[in-house]
Design a protein around this ligand. Structure first.
Ligand SMILES: [Zn+2]
Length: 471
């Protein structure tokens, strides 16, 4: 059996790993978009380094676009096998893939315009195509098989698999493969993205048992979370009190539509039911987040005990009288200039694109307001630039004075930190004894730090396209 690492190899995005089984079955684990360098987006994602028709099975660990985003393109180029995921992952992916297609179309339209401007009549007939069409998203839905956590799924005589709770976001799964060849059975696990301990809504990750090899994410290797997730209510209440009550300002929170937005709204709802939340508008402004929130509410059985208990007591996780859901673009604009203390939660998380840019632009010039960065911001993004502490920041090609305060919190982090990961590996090792650990989905320096703390088995940091024989 061999494994080839085609994505998220010494980088965070573009998860894509191929497992070749001795009997000829070919499995792809995740099929994400590579976002590492926006200028090379098409070149990096258009073609696959293997024949899409040769893949028999795709296992999708979770809905995030850096894990699911290139699957419709794989289908467009001939993949016709089976896709396995949990039920919520399937629903969330459908929404995220449609959103990703819209973003691609908008970006390509802007590119076409620039080309026409540059080439005049010669560029008149230029038409740039997105990676896939809407039809391929529907094909994805039709080809998918839903598998529940901890159930054994038999694919063929040499392969059975099971999905396990990974935390991270609703429906996220780690996958455990059991490969039988003659009298020998190999067991290989892939963590997918793991969740932070004690996160809002999602359970803690469940390590897989009896593995020979483990392929793991390593996003926060070498880093320690500053704030325990159990302090989420306290931290958020402090922010709301300081900004909205004491300063009479607006608290603007950029948040990813799937995962972070639901965790923040749920926490505010908890504060409301405890009678602690001041009487201010909580504005949620992202069409994708609103759709995803419904999927969370529909799949309570996938959420943690705290969410179950809250549901039993209050009959719903997200709806409360102070919550205001923005319907359309026009209302979104009105809400961004509303002249009263409020909380605005909008996407995208790194303040790149989406409606959040307008909210930041319209509120950054007032010293009473605050932008609360609640997630990871890649270098060069607007979120990252805001965190650099400069007096002026460029938004939509215009320099704007930064008068609002800029804060950061990692209390809503959706990944485990260094120590949590080392614990996870130790637990994975304890039941059978790992022969090897492969780290992916992290920067090289972070991976090295994590690898430096593992002494009980061999640790590999595979490069892109690197092949390993698993015996
Ligand atoms: Zn993820």
């Amino acid at each position: 059996m061999k494994i080839t690492f085609w994505g998220a190899a010494r980088q965070v995005t573009g998860s894509m790993h191929v497992l070749d089984l001795p009997g000829g079955t070919r499995v792809l684990i995740d099929c994400g978009l590579d976002y590492e360098n926006r200028k090379e987006f098409e070149a990096k994602n258009e073609r696959f380094p293997f024949d899409p028709e040769s893949i028999d099975l795709v296992v999708l660990t979770h809905a995030h676009i850096d894990h699911s985003g290139n699957l419709p393109n794989l289908i467009r180029q001939g993949f016709s096998g089976r896709i396995v995921s949990t039920a919520p992952t399937l629903l969330l992916s459908e929404y995220l893939l449609n959103d990703s297609l819209n973003i691609q179309r908008m970006e390509l339209a802007a590119k076409e315009k620039a080309i026409r401007r540059k080439r005049g009549m010669k560029g008149k007939n230029i038409r740039l195509q997105p990676l896939y069409a809407k039809k391929h998203i529907q094909d994805f839905v039709d080809m998918a098989v839903q598998v529940d956590y901890d159930q054994s799924y038999v694919f063929n005589e040499e392969l059975r698999l099971s999905l396990h709770q990974a935390g991270h976001i609703l429906g996220a799964a780690s996958v455990r493969f059991e490969v039988t060849h003659g009298n020998v059975v190999h067991r290989v696990g892939f963590t997918g993205d793991l969740g932070n301990a004690n996160s809002k809504l999602v359970p803690d990750p469940h390590p897989m048992e009896g593995l020979d090899y483990l392929v793991s994410e390593s996003t926060y290797g070498g880093r320690k979370h500053m704030t325990d997730s159990r302090r989420a209510e306290e931290i958020l209440l402090d922010e709301v009190t300081e900004v909205c009550v004491q300063q009479g300002g607006k608290l603007v929170i950029p948040a990813f539509s799937v995962g972070r937005t639901q965790a923040i709204i749920f926490t505010l709802h908890q504060l409301y039911r405890q009678g602690k939340l001041p009487n201010i508008k909580i504005i949620t402004d992202s069409p994708l987040a609103i759709r995803s929130t419904h999927v969370y509410q529909q799949h309570i059985s996938y959420l943690n005990e705290e969410a179950h208990e809250f549901q039993r007591q209050h009959g719903g996780l997200f709806n409360f009288p102070l919550l205001h859901v923005v319907e359309d673009d026009r209302e979104s604009e009105l809400m961004s200039v509303i002249d009263e203390p409020c909380v605005i939660i909008s996407a995208a998380g790194m303040v790149e694109g989406g409606r959040i840019q307008m909210h930041v632009r319209n509120n950054i010039g007032n010293e009473r307001n605050r932008i609360l960065i609640a997630g990871f911001c890649a270098e060069g993004t607007l979120g990252w630039r805001l965190l650099q502490g400069q007096d002026f920041v460029e938004i939509n090609h215009k320099s704007r004075p930064v008068r609002a305060s800029i804060r950061r919190t990692d209390v809503f982090s959706a990944h485990p930190d260094h120590e949590q990961m080392v614990n996870y590996f130790e637990q994975s090792h304890a039941s059978r004894g790992l022969k090897g650990l492969f780290l992916v989905h992290g920067d090289f320096v972070q991976m090295q730090k994590l690898a430096g703390d593992i002494s009980f088995c061999q640790v590999h940091l595979p490069g892109k396209g690197e092949v390993f024989q698993l015996n």
